[in-house]
Design a protein around this ligand. Structure first.
Ligand code: AMP
Length: 288
């Protein structure tokens, strides 16, 4: 596995791989890797002969420098996991090279997508996604992959990246990977490490609620409030108060009052102690 730090090293390695006729797959991450990230690498390896992973805790998507500073980091462990998964190149960008002095250019996707759910002004705000799309665009411009892999766990982020790639003509296939979960359904997340034993147990209510809603939908419930209420009830049983539980059309994130015609996203965010967790399920769509 090649360990690259500079943009030049990455470009050289990718040009070499492409010269050998290998398709280039790319999965951007912020490190503190788990099996959810490794599922992206597996998907990348299934369709590409050269798999690239970046690890970069992107400061521009955090509300404050302290948020980025507190994010868990373990370069050595991450590199070992990636090597074990068959990654060909890991890129650990140098923040000073990514964001040089006088950095002044941003990629923004319309607030119809970035100003709802997690991007609502009273939550993380649309600037969070401006940070995401700016770094993803920059990483795409360096790696120039044929395909890039994103997790459905962050469904809003995945949709925003797909829209950016389409609108700005990035010649990159954006592939979405199903959410990897613990045995009790909790979505794997680097943030789960921040949960106490008791919080970890209560966090299982998030997916329990989403599953209950899926069941109701399968039995014929079409009213969005019924689904939202099913999730809310599970959360409250575990002593959790959601930041939001919302039903939105999966392709454009407009609010949905009923399910049926179009695939819908049932999305939830909840503070469990000091840890903010998100999860979602797709109802009436093909999430494979
Ligand atoms: P992060 O390191 O949290 O920025 O995540 C990097 C990528 O991994 C994103 O595309 C996430 O959606 C994806 N990811 C994170 N957790 C999971 C999971 N449990 N299952 C599948 N993909 C995930």
């Amino acid at each position: 596995m090649i360990v690259a730090r500079s943009i030049e090293e990455v470009r050289r390695a990718v040009v070499g791989a492409r010269g050998e006729g290998r398709r280039v797959g790319f999965a951007p991450t912020m490190g503190a890797l788990h099996d959810g990230h490794l599922a992206l690498v597996e998907a990348s390896k299934r369709s590409c002969g050269f798999s690239v992973v970046s690890i970069f805790v992107n400061p521009t998507q955090f509300a404050s420098p302290s948020g980025a500073a507190a994010y868990p980091r373990d370069e050595e462990r991450d590199a070992a996991l990636l090597e074990g998964a068959g990654t060909d190149l890991v890129w650990l960008p140098d923040a000073a090279q990514v964001y040089p002095p006088e950095f002044a250019t941003w990629v923004t996707v319309d607030e119809r997508l970035t100003g709802v759910l997690c991007g609502a002004p009273e939550r993380r705000g649309p600037d969070h996604f401006r940070g995401v799309t700016t770094i993803v665009a920059k990483l795409f411009n360096v790696v120039e992959p044929d395909a890039a892999f994103f997790g459905r766990k962050d469904a809003q982020q995945a949709l925003i990246v797909q829209r950016m790639a389409r609108d700005l003509d990035f010649p990159i296939e954006i592939e979405l990977v199903p959410t990897v979960r613990e045995a009790d359904g909790l979505a794997l997340s680097s943030r789960n490490a921040g949960l106490s034993g008791d919080e970890r147990k209560r966090a299982a209510a998030i997916y329990a609620g989403l599953s209950k809603a899926e069941e109701l939908a399968a039995e014929g419930a079409t009213d969005a409030t019924t689904l939202v209420e099913a999730v809310g009830a599970e959360l409250r049983r575990a002593g959790l108060e959601p930041e939001y539980v919302e039903v939105r059309h999966a392709d454009d994130l407009t609010a949905a009052s009923t399910t049926g015609e179009r695939p819908i996203l049932l999305a939830v965010a909840v503070m469990v102690g000091d840890t903010r967790l998100i999860d979602n399920v797709l109802i009436g769509g093909d999430d494979r």
